[in-house]
Ligand binder design. Sequence first.
Ligand SMILES: [Mg+2]
Length: 316
Amino acid sequence: MRHEERAVGAVVGSAVGDALGAPFEFGPEGVFSARFPSPGGGGEMCGGGGWDPGEATDDTQMAVLVAESLLRHGGLDLPDVFARFQRWAAADPKDIGLQTEDVLTNGLPWDRAAAEHFRVNRRAAGNGSLMRATPSAVYFARAGQTATTDAARRIAALTHGDRAAWEGTAVFHELLRRALAGADPLDALPDVVALVSPEHRRRYATVLAADWHPGLATEFNGAVWPCLGSAVWALRSTADFEGALRAAIDLGGDTDTVAAVTGGLAGAYYGPDAIPARWIEPLHLPLPGFGGRVLRPADLTGLAHRLATAVSVRLG
Ligand SMILES: [Mg+2]
């Protein structure tokens, strides 16, 4: 499978996970498989909790904002990404993370807003920078490991002052980069964990270990560590795209984001043809603040192709 096909799998797979998990957000464990007992049964893109069937959420909205900024500017333009986030946040999206909302509306400039939030609150290791990471991981993949992890940390820092969130986002970027090149991201884990900055490495080594499972999590899966660990566990403990997504959503909690992260990795690894067509067909993404646009699967596929084949990758 070509890099470009895997990129489509990642971008569409992440959006599918987001939309599939959204109706189950903040629910208990096991709700998804109780309602849909058999893989392949159909009807899983069910909507609910304010979401239409197939409607993706803030995870994919912010991911698309990053993607469109990278493509528009031929690389990383951090003030532009932040301005797009602010324009979206001001347009009353159906969902937005509490921390992200505060950072985008506190009136401070792009290079101070998140740091100031962290200085005051001291808690900023949510999964909100991880959830939107697939497009930038695709875009920077061909520029290599250093460019990939640097970009990951800098984009994360726009909304998250806690370096733990930067490191988790960097791990995801590098795992996806290796998956796009045809590697098994699970095999890459020891190498990738070694890239985590030393003060954060132990916690990532724990949640990414082969014997870790979500039952061992010490925080809610809205935090960056168990969110990433759960996505990797979902990939490790299942045998196909559908199984990985079912496992992720069945964990309960922050189901849209855990499934979006899982879907990015699983989509890259298994490829776009492994994503059930019945999950892609109803997929759609309203984009508040940007002229009433609603992106469809063909738009996401087009974005993935452009991200994967961009000629210039300016590192900012
Ligand atoms: Mg969401």
